[in-house]
Design a protein around this ligand. Sequence first.
Ligand code: PLP
Length: 226
Amino acid sequence: MTPIKDNLAKINLQIFNACELAKRPTSQVTLLAVSKTKTSAMIEQAYLAGQREFGENYIQEAVEKIADLQRLSDITWHFIGPIQSNKTRLIADNFAWVHSVDRIKIAKRLNDHRSSQDTPLNVCLQVNISGEESKSGIAVKDIKALVDCIDQCRHLTLRGLMAIPEKNASEQSFEKMQLLYAQLKKEHPSMDTLSMGMSGDLSAAIAKGSTMVRVGSAIFGAREDK
Ligand SMILES: *Cc1c(COP(=O)(O)O)cnc(C)c1O
């Protein structure tokens, strides 16, 4: 087995075990492989091991890899990084999902850049659940306005919420996200995704209802972060 294949098997087992513990079906949790800073060849190794959902943070780098790997046409690409408004066209053109929408201006621009021929862009709102000033994400009090805006956007589908909790407060944050998600879902039936949990805390996130874990270093190895 290649190391990446090995790592994927371990993470899938960890997801399986966390689901068992939480008495949830494994089919409720999707593994998103976060391939930022990693090469197209490494993504292809993960693909050959059966992985199909990939997440990227840096648009320029992502667009090159997506072009490189075009022949692997059943990959689903997710944008999970901070969004600058001058990059919304590239995101709308290259990705099927965006997890990091955190303001109305960005939602509107993504909607404008998606054409009627495309399938709608799947959108999660990034929530600043730990209330940290420096973190990106929308404040809880502003969520409703953004959700209503996305509901009005013809070329966007509201899929759910995403969070990157502060490390030492992740359990409470996951629980808050679970409640928030359950409340919003009642009025917005298109919501089916709670994107939370990373290499270090995916089991805790699954215990609190995560439906998509975003795992990078545990699959591809440590990064030299930008
Ligand atoms: C890098 C990143 C991840 C993956 O983090 P790991 O700790 O390497 O698993 C998940 N989500 C987001 C938004 C990221 O930027």
